[in-house]
Design a protein around this ligand. Sequence first.
Ligand SMILES: [Zn+2]
Length: 383
Amino acid sequence: MRLASIVVLFALGAFTLVECQQDAAQECDPEACQLPTCRCSSTDIPGGLDKRNTPQFVILTFDDAVNSQNLETYRSTIYNRRNKLNNCPIGTTFFVSHEYTEYNGVNELYNQGFEIALHSITHVSNQTYWREASTETLMKEFSDQKSQMAHFANIPINRINGVRSPFLQMAGNATFEMMAEANLRYDLSWPTMAHRDPGLWPYTLHYQSIQDCFIPSCPTASIPGPWVLPIITWQDLEGVACSFVDACFYRPNLDDEDGWFRFILMNFERHYNNNRAPFGFYVHEWFISRNVAVHRAFIRFLDMLNNLNDVFMVNANDVIDWVQNPVPIDEYVRQPCRVNPPSPCRLANCGPLEGQHNSVSYYMRVCNRCPRNYPWLDNPLGL
Ligand SMILES: [Zn+2]
């Protein structure tokens, strides 16, 4: 019995060793790794720019299903805002999960110029499932979701570039191997605490990453192609790290508008006054709509940003564009505004549709013909 365990352990150890030898990426060589397709993980400003000439990007994201209720918050909070210096509409990225999403809402967000990105078909609340997912499973969850999103929301498939793993639980190399295979451009799931001040700029995985990994597993192999857009964690009032604004533990009282405004500003300034790594405001809609004072503080913050001369609120995908071609602010403001080619929605109300996986009756709104079954893993178009 004991001997058997030792043999098994030895076999596992040997396997891991072999795997490491095969896979492990090498230390980054800045001479060999050059923009636009390769970048070492680093806190250096891309293009060797001076801080004063570097746009401060702000990335706002909302996660999970899009429905008519949270659409109301989006309409009242982020529609019709512009960045002051180039007068371009602000960006926001939506990491949409499939279950209960109303796709006419996704179409509306897209037509407002916002970015639609992937957050899985099932979003099952089982951390182990996501940690141990194979490339094949992840292809079904994300690559199939890309086709599903394009189909039901009627948006161009090549405008779907981003990925966020549910619960920020990546599956190590498998996540990025899936992205390379599915032609997905960037991931926004990997938090860093160690590279917060100064912050880590986006980079590729041709070479070994310097980023800390506190939700294992993180990629270790050389995987050319996809970009890592690190989640630079906030610090709460006691200095504890939080990846999502709604997950900060020691936070101002939820009815303290001034406290929340100062809290947001404190975290923003760590970026703005330092190496200007993109500042993330990652949140779930319910947190803003449920807490009026937080909502007000958030709008004050957006108003303040709209008036700063070197701050640009953009889609996450636009940040990768800039990193690939880093230009100083005065040149950046002369670039044309990003536009999403308009794409109409021919609304269809569908249901009840039976979920083949759980026998639940679903209703869904789509910008296409109604599916026969509720779309799910292995049948993303509900044929
Ligand atoms: Zn989620």
